[in-house]
Write a protein that binds this ligand. Sequence first.
Ligand code: S3P
Length: 188
Amino acid sequence: MPAPDNCPPPISSSIILVGLMGCGKTTVGKELSKVMGLPLLDMDTVIEEQIGKSISDIFRDEGEAHFRALETALLQYLQGSPDKNLPAVISTGGGAVVRPENRKLLHRLGFVVWLDVNTHTLVSRTCRSSNRPLLKVEDRVGVINRLQEERASMYAEVAHLRIESAQMEISDIVHRVMAEAKAFFSVS
Ligand code: S3P
């Protein structure tokens, strides 16, 4: 079935994982990359390597807006040179969906999967994390709740598939993603 005009085909058969901090993007991404034989591209790691600084240090020294611009630049680069880097399993940072232009870029890169996990699970999974600048606050539950409220509609907008994955085994998530991706790419 040809894609409608207002819905251009994806530029690669990449799998892109989106969702809040602690939703499992990195863990699921690693497993997907292994099972599918695709490289894993972790956006935070690529940015840290390019800039030569941790995400925390970028937030501290240049601020969040600068980090968001780095995310956009990386997505633009991937879109501009797909042959060098794609297809891949792309694990995004939780806030990569915040800029509208990023949502367009992400949606075009491939099959976008939102790992939707409840606040309680996110809080328990991130409680020991010391490398997430947005969670270096007293009220982590409040911050995670606020981010859930602010970003849910953004994840919904960008994703081709939403999985409520809090109670699922990693292997079940991986199989579900692979099955749905296969169906998606066979018609796009
Ligand atoms: C952020 C999530 C982080 C990282 C940065 C900002 C966010 O990535 O990009 O700390 O705004 O939600 P993870 O979702 O991989 O923790």
